[in-house]
Design a protein around this ligand. Structure first.
Ligand SMILES: Nc1ncnc2c1ncn2[C@@H]1O[C@H](COP(=O)(O)OP(=O)(O)OP(=O)(O)O)[C@@H](O)[C@H]1O
Ligand SMILES: [Mg+2]
Length: 280
């Protein structure tokens, strides 16, 4: 027995070779493991960097939106208070000239009348432009009056039917200026989108107040579109929907858009009331 077990086992030279191979294999595996560890570390660092950059970009886009809104406010006031006043002044002078010209030639009078019409048209255009940029009403009277005025002008311009159900007003107007502006801008963009793309005949706007938040929904009965495909398309360079989402998320709220054939499109926004807000 002893003799046969001795003859079947590896000889010392073979053992040394096997041991060396084992050692090499261990070293190879250890190196591979270290490399894997390194690459995992590198991957984690890249991930952390990209998250940081994403956060910085988000902060930057919020700053841009805030600056844009402040600039709009400034230009709107300038247009309304300065240029509009000058045009009105010119119009008053033209009216005086018209009286003087009555004693003279008819051509002069006609010229003055047509110039006056031009000035009146410019006053109306400046007023509309100022309102589109930033309705003074939003700051002075609040969200609901500003939305009512915008909807009235929208209905006149587009011929679409808009049903608006805000409730209850007092809580809505307690929202801070930024949140009111965000709701106004979302309604403005959503309505303009319906006019531009939906081929709808009816728009519903509802604002509901819940315990800690407010929910605004804007739905249309028009043609639907593939939201995911539109937003992920490389050709999608438009800023409407992206801007709505950014504005809402900037205030800590949530934004969603759903679109289904036969049902149309619904934009929903949920904005949180400030915790310190009294009575909400
Ligand atoms: N209510 C809607 N009904 C049907 N399609 C819509 C509606 N809203 C948006 N869309 C589709 O989604 C696309 C993206 O809308 P988005 O508002 O981002 O851009 P836009 O309106 O084309 O351009 P802008 O940057 O001027 O807003 C539109 O081009 C349109 O195809
Ligand atoms: Mg748009």
């Amino acid at each position: 027995m002893n003799k046969s077990s001795k003859t079947s086992g590896p000889c010392p030279t073979e053992l040394t070779v096997v041991k060396r191979q084992l050692r090499q294999e261990t070293i190879r595996r250890k190196t591979a493991e270290d490399k894997l560890k390194d690459s995992r570390l590198h991957y984690n660092q890249l991930l952390a960097q990209s998250l940081l950059m994403q956060e910085q970009l988000r902060h930057l886009s919020h700053q841009i939106l805030l600056t844009q809104e402040n600039e709009r406010k400034h230009i709107s006031r300038e247009l309304h208070d300065e240029i509009s006043q000058i045009l009105t002044g010119i119009n008053v002078r033209l009216a005086a000239l018209k009286v003087e010209a009555a004693a003279n030639t008819g051509t002069l009078k006609r010229n003055i009348i047509s110039t006056q019409r031009l000035v009146e048209k410019s006053v109306a255009t400046v007023h509309r432009f100022a309102c589109e940029l930033r309705p003074a009403m939003l700051d002075d009277l609040g969200l609901i009056p500003a939305l009512n005025t915008f909807i009235k002008e929208f209905v006149q311009r587009t011929g679409l039917r808009v049903d608006f159900f805000p409730m209850p007003k007092d809580k809505i107007e307690k929202l801070d200026s930024l949140k009111r502006t965000v709701l106004y801008r979302v309604a403005q963009e959503a309505l303009n989108n319906v006019d531009k793309h939906a081929h709808a005949s009816l728009i519903n706007i509802s604002i509901q107040v819940m315990e800690n938040s407010l929910r605004m929904e804007i739905s249309d009965n028009g043609i639907s579109f593939n939201v995911n495909r539109t937003l992920s398309s490389k050709r999608h360079k438009r800023l409407g929907i992206i801007g709505m989402r950014e504005r809402v998320e900037m205030t800590g709220g949530t934004f969603a858009i759903e679109s289904e054939p036969e049902k149309g499109t619904t934009v929903s926004v949920q904005i949180l009331f400030d915790e310190s807000q009294p009575g909400v």
